[in-house]
Design a protein around this ligand. Structure first.
Ligand code: IFM
Length: 460
């Protein structure tokens, strides 16, 4: 019997861009813009205009959350929806109404909202005019947006997060070309990463300075790096991967300081960002109340075989390899399945990050085959595969909690199949299948298992 602590969060996560649709949205994000200029880059040429249409259907959707016994739910406020004038912070009244009613509907139904402020969604106006987070002016304007959100909803929202997976816009937009502005520029990538960390710290500090007493945190995608062997070179490869992809954000956001090794390596390659002393003080001062962790796959690394001429990205220090003994998800690009990584993440937080309260903010199993053909006789989408794997992952969380980890919840990605950036609807993760033609939400089998676990607070 796997029992969870009283009040454990069970729910799901989504984001504004991926669920709302763009109805009545005065300003557009980089996603609307990118889709407009290069629709062929998005699978089946589906863009963010309609997606789950949560803007219109949030009441119906909250009742669907109740059917799965969620006691908590995360979404994000879109900067480009809430703010009408980015320079002055003037808000859009319709967006205030929408977010206010959405948040109230959740609370009225006993579902604790966790509200995130940035989920890859730079307003195109700010990207065009200032270069987005390339520019510290935009850090300042993000703080203004956050302030508006706190003033408008801070009386009701008890859990805020500044960023979801802040490393992803850096990777996608400045290293590997899967987010707008599609640049490949490691120096700029480092500056953007630094500016995002600064923006996060300023917002955390502001929240406290304004006298709000609830909780504020951040959501990081943590991917433990496993070396191919215990050979020194493989170990060093894993160390560098961890430094670049996990500690780069974990250390400044949780400990208030950058890892020394990372600073040295960046300096060596002439990649150090522009930093002001007062900014470092701001980063040091900012203390998050909790951490959200997104986990999907482990990172398998080995020593670099052929040296790159110059640093283009962190893979300068390691190569990837496929675990010959691994298990893989046949539905999604053969992603490795490694539930023990969750236990390892929990231990890392417990031992190296002061056992800060944290929750699993995303865990998901993508299945590409959720077409009409996989509807079982009883009318459900049969995603038993997902349940089996979720069970294994939950067991690892349970084990860590038994050993003292301060994990306070599990949110699955995602509630209703949502739009997933360049992949649009190819990879489906939801408790509910979204019919793209009718917009109907159709329950999947896994939601029945999850509803039981959430109701009882345990599973066998
Ligand atoms: O869709 C994304 C989400 O926006 C961030 N975490 C991973 C999900 C699945 O790819």
């Amino acid at each position: 019997m796997y029992n969870f602590p009283k009040g454990f969060f069970f729910g799901a996560a989504t984001s504004g861009v991926q669920s709302e649709g763009s109805k009545n949205q005065i300003n557009k994000s980089i996603w609307n813009h990118w889709f407009q200029i290069e629709p062929e880059k998005f699978i089946d040429e589906i863009g963010p205009e309609i997606v789950c249409d949560t803007y219109n259907k949030f009441k119906e959707d909250v009742s669907l959350m109740k059917e799965v016994n969620f006691n908590s739910f995360r979404t994000s406020i879109q900067w480009a929806r809430l703010i009408k004038d980015f320079e002055t912070g003037e808000v859009c009244e319709d967006a205030v109404r929408f977010y206010s009613e959405y948040i109230d509907e959740l609370i009225k139904n006993g579902i604790e909202p966790i509200i995130n402020l940035y989920h890859f969604d730079m307003p195109i106006y700010l990207q065009d005019k200032y270069g987005g987070f390339e520019n510290k002016k935009v850090v300042q304007l993000f703080v203004l947006f956050a302030q508006k959100a706190f003033e408008l909803f801070g009386d009701r929202v008890k859990y805020w997060t500044t960023f979801n997976e802040p490393i992803v816009p850096v990777e996608g937009g400045y290293l590997y070309n899967f987010h707008y502005p599609n640049k490949k520029d490691p120096k700029l990538a480092v500056q953007v990463a630094y500016n995002i960390i600064l923006a996060h710290s300023k917002v955390v500090n502001l929240y406290k300075e304004l006298g709000f007493t609830k909780q504020i945190g951040v959501i990081l995608n943590l991917t433990p790096s496993y070396p191919r062997s215990q050979n020194e070179k493989d170990l060093s490869a894993a160390y560098m991967a961890d430094l670049f992809f996990n500690r780069s954000f974990l250390d400044p956001m949780l400990k208030g300081e950058f890892p020394k090794d990372l600073c040295e390596v960046l300096k060596e390659h002439n990649l150090s960002p522009e930093i002001e002393k007062t900014e470092l003080e701001e980063i040091k001062k900012s203390k998050v109340d909790f951490l959200g962790v997104n986990y999907y796959v482990p990172r398998r690394v080995k020593a670099k075989e052929i040296k790159d001429e110059k640093f283009e990205n962190p893979e300068y220090y390691f190569d990837y390899y496929i675990n010959p003994e691994g298990r893989f998800n046949p539905y999604r690009d053969n992603n490795e399945i490694h539930p023990v990584a969750l236990y390892d993440i929990a231990k890392n937080i417990q031992e190296n990050y002061n056992n800060i309260p944290w929750y699993l903010a995303e865990i998901g199993i993508a299945m590409d085959l959720e077409s009409e053909g996989s509807i079982s006789e009883d009318g459900f989408i049969d995603d038993t595969f997902r349940t089996e794997l979720m069970r294994e992952h939950f067991i690892q969380i349970h084990k860590a909690i038994e050993e003292g980890s301060s994990c306070f919840g599990i949110h699955q990605w995602t509630f209703i199949d949502c739009w997933s950036w360049m992949n649009s609807f190819k990879r489906r993760y939801g408790f509910y299948r979204l019919d793209l033609v009718t917009g109907k939400r159709i329950k999947k089998k896994h939601s029945i298992w999850f509803a039981e676990v959430a109701k009882k607070n345990y599973f066998k």
